[in-house]
Design a protein around this ligand. Structure first.
Ligand SMILES: C[S@@+](CC[C@H](N)C(=O)[O-])C[C@H]1O[C@@H](n2cnc3c(N)ncnc32)[C@H](O)[C@@H]1O
Length: 214
């Protein structure tokens, strides 16, 4: 993995939940983000796209891509024929890069949190790639995403081990399941997030698919 990517990751993880610093970093990283991401060997976009193909048969499904960044998720989905994707992200720079790809129906600057400023029960499917992790979105973002999903909609996301074990996500996910708000369809085995990195060799993510209760 390139030193540049290791440096960006260091900087991102050091922001430690400071919203302004994180947004500023992503604004600056936006120009080279895709090159760094694809060279990193992180398999999450491929795995998520596979899950979307498995759980979202309708290519006109209204899909919310939370924490869309430069649009890597939608770029792949768009190539697979999905034509109704709405992206939201906190960083102007990332959103500007996403816009150039012309694969979103709409893009909004918006935060993932306990409430998301979009109509309740309005999306056929939700994706969130690389954003449910340390210092990015809070655990309550899970509630926000479920709130805007239609009953029965699949909610497909990558999640980091650290977010589950130390960021409150594990508890939130379990509480929603115990409360009958959503049900686990499947999850992948944990995978190495940055398989070529020595510094970040212990980082693990996995992909979850939940379905909002009807
Ligand atoms: C690691 S990048 C992933 C981007 C994209 N989903 C991808 O997979 O290429 C994380 C993105 O989440 C955004 N982000 C971080 N916290 C957020 C929040 N609370 N609400 C919305 N976006 C957030 C960042 O601005 C950044 O674009």
């Amino acid at each position: 993995m390139t030193q540049e990517l290791e440096d960006w990751l260091d900087a991102v993880y050091k922001t430690d939940g400071d919203r302004k610093k994180l947004d500023h970093l992503y604004d600056s990283w936006a120009r080279n983000y895709d090159q760094d991401l694809w060279a990193s060997g992180n398999p999450y976009i491929a795995l998520m796209a596979g899950m979307v193909g498995r759980y979202v048969p309708d290519r006109n499904a209204r899909i919310l891509d939370g924490g869309c960044g430069t649009g890597n998720m939608a770029e792949v989905l768009h190539k697979l024929g999905y034509a109704n994707i709405i992206g939201i992200d906190a960083s102007d720079g990332m959103l500007a890069a996403a816009k150039t790809k012309e694969c979103y129906r709409q893009l909004h600057k918006m935060l993932l949190g306990a409430r998301i400023d979009l109509p309740c029960d309005s999306f056929d499917a939700i994706t969130a790639a690389g954003v449910l992790t340390h210092g990015h979105a809070p655990a309550e973002a899970i509630d926000g995403l479920v709130g805007i999903a239609k009953p029965g909609a699949p909610i497909i996301f990558s999640i980091s081990k650290i977010a589950v074990e130390q960021g409150g996500f594990g508890e939130r996910m379990a509480a929603l399941e115990e409360g009958g708000t959503w049900n686990l369809e499947e999850q992948t085995e944990p995978f190495r997030t940055y398989p070529f990195s020595s510094q970040y060799k212990d980082l693990r993510h996995w992909i979850c698919v939940y379905r909002k209760a009807v």
